[in-house]
Ligand binder design. Structure first.
Ligand code: KG4
Ligand code: ZN
Length: 365
């Protein structure tokens, strides 16, 4: 097996068209030689959410361009690569298909091996790319499309301890922002409003805390915010600046409490393994939220574990995580061929039942 691998990774499962080149030599830290992400926020802004058909067309248009940019940045040609890795699901099927077809074309043209990557595995393996974390570690994947606790035991060995049964938290942040007239993506806007608000003014629910286990729910919480908002508008003819800040602060405090308690439960389950060096890793756009990070840090440190939060650009959707997962699968001899299929649903943990609900990325995997 080659000691050094250089892999091109493609990602197009949601609203980012991305390509990256990652190189790894056994025993050394991985190098991200290029990591190009082309976001589609502008294309969907007018619709208040991602329009799958627009996303798929934009991916089809941009994939060639991001690949070319990534190779130029890495100063490489196809003959310098060892393989091509591509997100083959889960996600919006049009985007995933665009990526898989592009990767197949590149693999056929260059003669390079093809590796189909589960998008969630890309996120889940990122702490090994950034921090060389050893298996098994606990991970919370929390974004606009995903929310789950996973014990990551190997390149293709994941145990899901729980996740959202309805909305993903990022979706809830985005919807709360929309109902309060704040810009999209809603997470950063709600966070900055929350900093000016009183988290105790409104008594929002902490869904599923009274039930055992690590499953979460954010849809009822979002509706509770909507109800308060409507009452305030009825009373005052509109939302006052302080009302908006207090609603954001109350909503965010509820999310922080839910994450803190569910993370404590997931950690206790993980610690039973027991791992040699307990580690908890975060990924996904919502991991950017400082209040959530702080809440989680307290829980993790109290339990004597280490918390790993990769840089934000590698927490959100990107090609480097796909290239890295490709490196791991290449080393494990897990190759694909031209029969590789695009899968809108693809649970990481094939034993536990698939999650219910559907987010902006389509059905939760
Ligand atoms: O991982 P990501 O870039 O894309 C996917 O959803 O796959 O996550 C985007 C989500 C959006 O819903 C956005 O509102 C949320 O992450 N987000 C945040 C913050 N920054 C981004 N949510 C809460 N607080 C933030 N600071
Ligand atoms: Zn993602």
């Amino acid at each position: 097996m080659t000691d050094t691998l250089t892999i091109l990774g493609l990602e197009s499962s949601c609203d980012d068209t991305a390509a990256a080149v990652v190189r790894h030599t056994v025993g050394e830290p991985a190098q991200i030689l290029a990591n190009v992400v082309f976001g589609q926020n502008d294309l969907h802004a007018a619709f208040g959410g991602i329009v799958p058909e627009i996303a798929a067309r934009a991916h089809a248009e941009k994939l060639d361009i991001v690949v070319e940019q990534a190779l130029t940045k890495a100063n490489m040609a196809f003959q310098d690569l060892d393989a091509i890795a591509v997100t083959a699901g889960p996600g919006l099927i049009g985007g995933v298909l665009s990526g898989v077809m592009c990767a197949k074309g590149l693999a056929a043209g260059s003669g390079l091996p093809l590796l189909g990557i589960n998008h969630l595995a890309g996120h889940a393996l990122t702490p090994r790319l950034t921090d060389n974390v050893e298996y098994p570690y606990l991970m919370l994947l929390v974004s606009g499309g995903h929310c789950q606790f996973l014990i990551v035991k190997g390149v293709d060995d994941f145990t899901r301890l729980g996740g959202t049964i309805d909305d993903a938290p990022g979706e809830a942040f985005d919807k709360v922002a929309r109902m309060l007239g704040l810009p999209q993506p809603g997470g950063p806007a709600v966070e900055s409003e929350a900093a000016k608000g009183d988290p105790a003014r409104f008594k929002f629910p902490r869904p599923l805390l009274n039930r055992p286990g690590c499953d979460m729910s954010f849809s009822g919480l979002k509706t509770a915010v909507l109800r308060e908002r409507n009452q305030l508008i009825d009373q005052h003819g509109g939302l006052r600046t302080q009302d908006r800040a207090d609603l954001c602060a109350g909503f965010q405090a509820a999310v922080v409490d839910v994450f803190a308690e569910k993370t404590r439960r997931a950690m206790i389950e993980y610690l039973l393994l027991p791992p040699d060096t307990p580690r908890f890793a975060l990924a996904g756009g919502v991991a950017a939220n400082q209040a959530i990070r702080l809440g989680l840090e307290t829980v993790i440190h109290d339990l004597g574990a280490q918390i790993i939060a990769p840089p934000l650009a590698l927490c959100t959707d990107n090609g480097a995580m796909i290239a890295w997962a490709g490196i791991e699968r290449f080393r494990a001899g897990m190759f694909d061929d031209m029969t590789l299929a695009a899968r809108p649903r693809w649970p990481l943990d094939s034993i536990r039942p698939a999650m219910l609900g559907s987010g902006k990325k389509g059905a939760k995997a």
